[in-house]
Design a protein around this ligand. Structure first.
Ligand code: FE2
Length: 437
């Protein structure tokens, strides 16, 4: 996008509670944050500055999705629906769909999803891309999409051996070819290898590959209800051994839900010590895990508050939207945060705020996004929410009144409102009504 005129966002609330603030963006960066001047909002701003009146609503840094599958998104029903709704039928169904895919169809669906994302204030996505395909069709399609969306959305790609690095013939060579083509991150799926030993071996091989190439790692890890699926322990070990602290992510880690508490009490500090990031995917974990249980049925999501309390950086991902594993979703990271706080019972005010962080600042740390945040010098990327606080934004899945990328407004959404025709009642509804006092 061409350089935009300076932008002044006036009368905004910020996530830290400050009200009546204005932010000035120039050259794609925040150059000033200061209290608004009532009646004279454009005092001391450059000529030609555009003004966005926030009307007291919440201005947040954009949403970030730390875990997604853009190659499969919006393919729900192709070639059939997942009848059992399970993870394993989803993987089998994806295997049926793969030979039928075309590069154009993948790119078309991915671009459509990126449009949804921008409209929802979601401006960076880490997407896994399946490399278990000799043609690397999805890799080529998503590398092209990455270039095309770069002006308005940061797309990071993970080379993901969906059918197993050691289990699927040619997967290691394909993964290396994908990295050669420009895929950003080394993926894995140790719990899907044939044995625990091969799962551990795949973690070693992939971490060494990442270390040699200077790349980050993000593995689907222990996405299982089996409490003995402990590949995260191996991932933390190799992270530390190879000096990869801060560059490695364990995604899902659902087996931790079912682990023995004593073992978990040893594992959590080891993960913190290794500096591994964690991504939980609440919408998917709550629907795919516990499928072999009768009652009680396990929730399956990893130990979110305990990991956060141990000092592990934890983000929430959307994982799937309208694909072989999940037929719902609409790029709404507030829906993801809402499910996360319900499943993890993080209903306290502090817990709700932590869940908002999990789809914003924590996720930005997983992706290693430079210049993310609301400080002078940060990138002028924002979402203006029809809410007063992060907690209210989650409660309402608030409207994204405006989305700003690099100092330019790239999306607008009408406020949520309704016109009532009830006798003796007001003619409009205020969903943001606060308790008195
Ligand atoms: Fe995933």
């Amino acid at each position: 996008m061409p350089p935009s005129a300076p932008l002044l966002i006036d009368n905004a609330r910020l996530p830290d509670g400050r009200q009546g603030m204005q932010l000035l963006a120039e050259g794609g960066r925040i150059v000033a944050i200061r209290p608004s001047v009532p009646g004279a909002p454009t005092e001391s701003v450059p000529a030609g500055t555009q003004v966005l009146d926030a009307q007291g609503w919440l201005l947040s840094p954009p949403f970030i999705d730390a875990h997604f599958h853009l190659d499969a998104t919006l393919s729900h029903g192709l070639p059939r629906v997942n009848a059992s709704g399970t993870l394993l039928e989803g993987i089998a169904l994806w295997g049926e769909l793969k030979p039928l895919l075309t590069e154009d169809a993948i790119a078309d669906r991915a671009l459509a999803y990126c449009d949804w994302a921008v409209a929802r204030g979601l401006l960076a996505i880490r997407s896994h891309v399946d490399i278990c395909d000799e043609r690397l069709l999805a890799v080529r399609a998503l590398l092209d999409v990455k270039r095309r969306v770069a002006p308005y959305l940061d797309l990071q790609l993970v080379a993901f051996p969906q059918d197993g690095l050691l289990r699927s013939p040619g997967a290691l060579a394909n993964l290396q070819r994908a990295l050669d083509l420009g895929v950003d991150v080394v993926g894995g799926i140790p719990h899907f290898e044939r044995t625990m030993a091969e799962g551990a071996e795949s973690v070693r091989v992939l971490c060494e590959l990442a270390a040699a190439r200077g790349l980050p790692v993000d593995m689907h890890c222990d996405e299982s209800d089996d409490p003995l699926s402990r590949h995260i322990e191996t991932l933390a070990f190799h992270t530390q051994r190879l000096g990869l602290q801060g560059r490695v992510t364990g995604s899902h880690l659902t087996s931790m839900h079912s682990m023995d508490n004593y073992y978990a009490s040893k594992l959590l500090p080891l993960m913190a010590e290794a500096g591994v990031h964690v991504v939980a995917n609440p919408l998917i974990n709550i629907t795919l895990q516990g499928r072999h249980d009768s009652y009680p049925k396990r929730r399956g999501m990893t130990r979110v508050p305990e990991l956060m309390a141990a000092g592990v950086n934890l983000a929430f991902g959307h994982d799937c939207v309208m694909d072989p594993w999940y037929s719902f979703g609409s790029a709404c990271m507030l829906e993801v945060a809402a499910m996360g706080l319900h499943v993890a019972q993080m209903t306290s005010s502090a817990g709700q705020r932590q869940c908002f962080d999990a789809v914003t600042v924590n996720a930005a740390r997983v992706l290693g996004l430079p210049g993310y945040g609301l400080d002078v010098g940060c990138r002028a990327d924002f979402v203006l929410l029809q809410a007063r606080t992060p907690e209210e934004a989650i409660r309402l899945r608030a409207q994204r009144l405006a989305v700003v990328r690099g100092g330019a407004v790239v999306s607008r959404m009408a406020p949520a409102t309704a016109t009532l025709t009830l006798p003796g009642r007001p003619d409009s509804v205020d969903f943001t009504r606060q308790a008195p006092g």
